[in-house]
Design a protein around this ligand. Structure first.
Ligand code: MN
Length: 502
């Protein structure tokens, strides 16, 4: 997708105090600069890490944080107390802070110098208690923040910070993001509904509806040259079935699909949209369901939700941003059919058409086939299978008084056969801990049939995102056990009810 992480800045802010004298503060600054520079240079951390002066007063902290709040490039802060830093100095600043932040509990020197350690050394390398003082005030103020512990050159630490910066970038991307809905919700469907005002307050993105005639105005203006350019791209990128190749009986359906794609692209680009939804019940003016177009727009980083599902569209966009540049794809997904063999229960994930080609193993097949639902022309679609390996499915639901995220860790497996008659992209997975427990927990939690599926991110990314949003996060994995899970659901009902206040 079109995104350069280096355009995003995370400010590296070190806390100290005036009591130590100039020499110590000079050393603190030199150490902090080196840590910031090192973080900035590491490939695990994709954003630009910017060193900021060492903080020794409440005024300076507050000024810096007000600056961070309005800085367009700043997506968050990394804070670290190299020495002791009396935490009441941080109250005014933290009270004003509107950006995500990470508390980095590290220490400049990894090892204790057993032979030379003296009291000067002890006073300089005090994060063990400086960060506890700072941690206390954050907890006392009920601040949501990420805490990462370990030496700044440690591989696991770098990975955790890098992951958090990706989530912070997704959060930044979501503020003011626009999601377009072509038509409304699929009629009578519950889980794809939700409170768009609450979502805008909670997550920062806005969702607005557009008439299909707004879209077809763009589709009708698409030129033959635009269509031909897309057809050339299709011919070069995919394995075309006989009937959609030049001269094939369904080539015209493919041309129409290219027209729809070009029109949708123009509409989304003109409006500055980052995601969209479609609804097969409302395709007025379109000759076919935009399957191929949705698949290809997802590949380019657009969020997508079928049947009007704007929550999944926005979540997909966020996870596309988090995963940009990582190996493994990310797609809109639906739990479709079960394989209930006790020797190996599986879920077959797919959709009517709209699965992102970023998760394809090998070159997708491009074909046109009839759609048994919707009563339109035969739509084009990419057909493929996802590669085996670990993945997660994430579902965001609206419980009426709040949002809840449900995540299931799964293992994608190779289908035992080619599924020659299945004309859609598909993924076969083994949900953790097993299908019975995973599906029971998912259903008790109210998880949707729609989700975001990714092989690029582990569950910790979604957990960090939920922390930023301040919403409930439920993980279903190898350790899930139904009795405890039910208890977690009950506790969540109480906690989030009370935490919200009036
Ligand atoms: Mn669906």
């Amino acid at each position: 997708m079109d995104l350069n992480f280096k355009d995003f800045e995370v400010w590296f802010v070190t806390g100290s105090q005036d009591l130590y004298g100039e020499e110590t503060l000079r050393q603190v600054e030199a150490d902090a600069k080196e840590v910031a520079r090192s973080l900035n240079e590491r490939s695990e951390i994709p954003v630009t890490v910017v060193f900021k002066p060492v903080m020794t007063s409440a005024d300076a902290i507050r000024r810096l944080i007000l600056e961070a709040n309005v800085d367009e490039r700043c997506i968050g802060l990394i804070t670290w107390m190299h020495t002791f830093s009396p935490a009441r100095m941080w109250i005014a600043g933290l009270n004003s802070l509107r950006k995500p932040y990470l508390h980095f509990h590290t220490q400049y020197n990894r090892d204790i110098p057993w032979d030379s350690i003296d009291m000067d050394y002890m006073n300089l390398h005090q994060s063990a208690h400086g960060d506890r003082e700072y941690g206390f005030i954050n907890t006392r103020m009920r601040k949501n923040r990420k805490v990462v512990v370990g030496h700044w050159q440690d591989a696991e630490v770098l990975k955790a910070i890098g992951a958090w910066t990706r989530v912070a970038a997704a959060w930044h991307d979501g503020q003011g993001a626009k999601i377009a809905r072509f038509g409304d919700n699929m009629r009578h469907v519950a889980v794809t509904e939700g409170d768009k005002v609450a979502a805008q307050i909670q997550f920062g993105y806005e969702v607005n509806g557009y008439s299909l005639s707004d879209l077809t105005a763009y589709v009708d203006q698409v030129t033959d040259a635009q269509i031909n350019a897309l057809l050339e791209e299709y011919d070069a990128s995919y394995e075309l079935s006989e009937r959609v190749r030049p001269g094939g009986e369904f080539r015209d359906f493919l041309k129409e699909s290219a027209r729809i794609e070009a029109g949708m692209r123009a509409f989304l680009k003109d409006g500055g949209f980052k995601g969209f939804t479609t609804n097969f019940e409302d395709l007025t003016g379109l000759k076919q369901l935009p399957g191929l177009a949705s698949q290809r727009l997802m590949k380019d980083g657009y969020g997508f939700g079928a049947e009007g599902d704007w929550k999944t569209a926005a979540l997909l966009r966020a996870m596309k941003v988090m995963s940009a540049g990582l190996s493994g794809g990310t797609s809109f997904m639906e739990d479709y059919v079960y394989h209930l063999d006790p020797a190996g229960s599986r879920i077959l994930g797919a959709h009517m058409l709209e699965v992102c080609e970023s998760i394809a193993k090998g070159k997708p097949v491009l074909d046109v086939q009839p759609l048994s639902i919707g009563g339109k022309d035969n739509p084009a679609r990419l057909i493929f299978t996802a590669p085996a390996g670990p993945a997660i499915c994430a579902s965001l639901i609206d419980l009426g008084n709040r949002f809840r995220m449900v995540v299931n860790e799964v293992e994608v497996v190779d289908p035992p056969a080619d599924l020659p008659k299945l004309p859609v992209a598909r993924v076969l997975w083994d949900p953790k801990p097993n299908l019975k427990v995973a599906a029971e927990a998912w259903i008790l939690a109210g998880g949707a049939h729609h989700s975001v599926f990714t092989q690029a991110l582990d569950a910790s990314y979604v957990e960090d995102y939920c922390e930023l949003a301040g919403i409930e996060y439920l993980l279903i994995n190898e350790e899930t056990e139904i009795r405890q899970f039910k208890q977690d659901l009950r506790l969540g009902e109480i906690y989030y009810h009370l935490a919200r206040g009036i």
